[in-house]
Design a protein around this ligand. Structure first.
Ligand code: PLP
Length: 356
């Protein structure tokens, strides 16, 4: 069934930057595609969506989000298949998650047609910005914030929902050294760690910087109450293979429900790999390591899909993981997810959504 898509007022740029796009020297998040989608919420309703040239927005110094943190975002990618078709990966899940974040932060939910049609029409207009190279993609950043100029502490009555895009290179990250964080906390039960809230990121920068200075690429966050249980790795979900079983922390109010996480678990289940979503004690990882049963550890997220962990340091002891080439399951999953996105493998779960 073909449903009518909503009408979006579109102003096409007269100064495209596409000719200056240098795929060889692409730095993540530094170059932006020509257009953006902008939708205002005011008088209790979402207003007419607009697509316009990418550019600055004007804000009051009293803008609510800048003071009281009503700000959140999503992260997703568009891919170009070898035949030149532009596709999205599970965009409905980003829309649903955005609204979960919105509810937690007392912000208005975004109607599905505004999100999906706005997203598709924007990416279709900037389709030439989706690089047609293995591993490359167009990173998409939907976000929303309280835009009302207001110093009273209450939910804003005006919001902006914006989507803009940035071409991203084939992300091959070196395996990372991580440390178990037992002092700082990313999120606590009852807080808003499950929401993709700007504030979660603001609070994680200092601990990440300190870890960097100690020679670690990334932090493994532990629970805020006891620091005994594993939560996430940096801004990714984290998974382990222990004695042939794929194990990851169960979702909670302090863990973000990654779409990559869900996809990885689904593939593993499809393949008959034992999967456990449960609480994981740091001590369990240390014990598994000592027993020679810790076969893999990796982060999952849209940016890198799978980020292999090279070593985990816990109370000064560095646990060395097996060479990446030996990590059968995580390598197989990374390849399969790429193949599904680029149309090279079947898509039994209907994850891939064509844009044009
Ligand atoms: C975005 C994010 C993830 C990964 O989510 P994906 O949907 O897989 O990209 C994991 N943890 C945190 C804290 C995040 O913000």
């Amino acid at each position: 069934m073909q449903t009518e898509s909503i009408s979006i007022h579109t102003t096409v740029t007269t100064a495209s930057q596409l000719a200056d796009l240098d795929l060889e020297n692409l730095q993540f998040g530094k170059v932006f595609a020509d257009h953006m989608l902008e939708v205002d919420f005011k008088d209790g309703a979402w207003q007419q969506p607009r697509i316009l040239p990418y550019g600055p927005i004007e804000l009051s110094p009293a803008t609510a989000a800048l003071h009281y943190g009503q700000a959140m975002f999503e992260g997703m990618k568009a891919y170009k298949t070898p035949e030149g078709k532009v596709v999205l990966f599970r965009p409905q899940d980003n829309w649903a998650r955005m609204n979960k974040s919105a509810v937690r932060l007392c912000m208005p939910e975004i109607p599905e047609d505004i999100f999906m049609d706005g997203l598709k029409q924007l990416v279709a207009l900037d389709a030439d910005w989706v690089p047609q190279r293995p591993g490359y993609s167009l990173y998409i950043r939907p976000f929303m914030f309280g835009s009302e100029g207001l110093l009273g502490v209450r939910p804003a009555t005006e919001y902006k929902f914006i989507i803009f895009c940035s071409p991203a290179s084939g992300y091959y990250a070196e395996p990372v050294r991580v440390k178990i964080e037992e002092h700082y906390t990313r999120a606590v039960e009852g807080g808003f760690g499950f929401a993709k809230a700007a504030g979660n990121y603001g609070g994680s920068l200092l601990p990440a910087k300190l870890a960097h200075e100690e020679g670690y690429h990334q932090i493994i966050w532990t629970d805020g109450r006891e620091h005994n249980y594993i939560e996430e790795s940096g801004t990714m979900n984290v998974m382990f293979v222990i004695d042939g079983t794929l194990v990851t922390p169960a979702l909670s109010t302090s863990i973000l429900a990654g779409i990559t996480r869900d996809s990885v678990l689904q593939l593993a289940r499809d393949w008959g790999v034992p999967v456990e979503e449960r609480r994981i004690k740091v001590q369990e990882i240390a014990d598994a390591y000592k027993a020679g049963k810790l076969q893999d550890a990796f982060g999952t997220g849209t940016a890198a899909t799978i980020a292999h962990i090279k070593s985990i340091t816990f109370r000064g002891e560095e646990m060395m993981l097996p060479p990446v080439a030996d990590r059968t399951l995580s390598n197989k999953i990374a390849t399969e997810l790429d193949n599904i996105r680029y149309g090279l493998s079947p898509d039994p779960h209907g994850w891939v959504v064509p844009v044009v």
